[in-house]
Design a protein around this ligand. Sequence first.
Ligand SMILES: [Zn+2]
Ligand SMILES: [Zn+2]
Length: 143
Amino acid sequence: MKIDPVNILKDHSLKHTRQRVRVLEEIAMDAVAISQPELEKKLGKEIDRVTLYRILNTYEDKGILHRVMDLNGTANYAICSPACSEHHHHDEHVHFNCTNCQKIYCLDVLIPAIKMPKGFKASAINTMAYGICEKCSAGMKAD
Ligand SMILES: [Zn+2]
Ligand SMILES: [Zn+2]
């Protein structure tokens, strides 16, 4: 998926600052979700923690990013696909947490509609699969 940070900011009527663009660039760099500590490490010299935190919150509110908690309870961020923001759902696809490399993948697998009991209104549903990712299982076979 090709990401144009400046366009994304424009689409969500956010002013584009250098720092906001940098955060999007870092998150879009890889197909896997990036953890908050990893982001802090990569952007620490340019953006202080408080600002980074604020930017991530804004992006989450706007539906630009979605947050996924991994096995260790660390926040990871991934860019929402255009389909994702169209439906105003933040987590309608399955996530995969590799227990070997710890990476989180956004899978192109939709969560089927889940019927809630009467009186319950779900605003988000989080489905996480755990196991060995494609890359790690390929590496294991080679050994
Ligand atoms: Zn893996
Ligand atoms: Zn995702």
